[in-house]
Design a protein around this ligand. Structure first.
Ligand code: IMP
Length: 173
């Protein structure tokens, strides 16, 4: 298994960047209870670490989205598989994504959540693959910008595997 993986960001590099992001995000939302929206399943590990790096009050919400179906290329279709449990009206919200690739998923999420009347709606993505963008989306905070390669680990999967790796690696078929 490990023969096919080339480490891109170590657990230490990720932890250092997550700590910076947490401080930056809190500085942009002083004294506000932040509703952190975890996009399942890929951003679950990132969100768990990120919220511990954001001082002050946060609420956790989870949103299930299907956009890839077990392969290494996008189906182009985005679907909500599990909606938020609570209203986000009037709340300062932060969407937590694992990776923005074509941008189709984030564009869909922003349009879907914006109409629910949040006080603010910002986006943090651990990884950004701008070379593969099909639609322009505003990503407020990016952990790392990467080339157009398929990556796994730290929540990101290939066919539901590799999510538990503590690092991010390029998958070499
Ligand atoms: P987008 O709609 O093309 O921006 O894709 C967003 C979703 O595709 C992410 O939330 C991931 O689930 C998945 N994805 C995109 N690129 C990768 C990758 O390199 N590895 C694993 N999943 C990916």
């Amino acid at each position: 298994m490990s023969a096919n993986l080339r480490v891109l960001f170590s657990a230490e590099q990720i932890a250092a960047r997550v700590a910076e992001l947490g401080r930056e995000i809190r500085a942009a939302h002083p004294d506000q209870t932040l509703t952190v929206i975890c996009v399942l399943k890929g951003s679950s590990l990132f969100m768990a670490d990120l919220v511990r790096a954001i001082p002050g009050d946060v609420r956790l919400e989870f949103l299930g989205v299907a956009s890839y179906h077990g392969g290494t290329s996008s189906s182009g279709a985005v679907q909500i598989t599990q909606d938020l449990r609570a209203s986000i009206e009037g709340q300062a919200c932060l969407i937590v994504e694992d990776i923005v690739d074509t941008g189709l998923t984030m564009d869909y999420l922003l349009r879907t959540l914006a109409v629910r009347g949040p006080r603010s709606l910002r986006v943090v993505s651990l990884l950004d693959k701008p070379g593969n963008r099909e639609i322009e989306v505003a990503v407020d905070y990016v952990g790392f910008t990467i080339p157009d390669e398929f990556v796994v680990g730290y929540g990101l999967d290939l066919g539901e595997l590799y999510r538990n790796l503590p690092y991010v690696a390029v998958y070499v078929p």
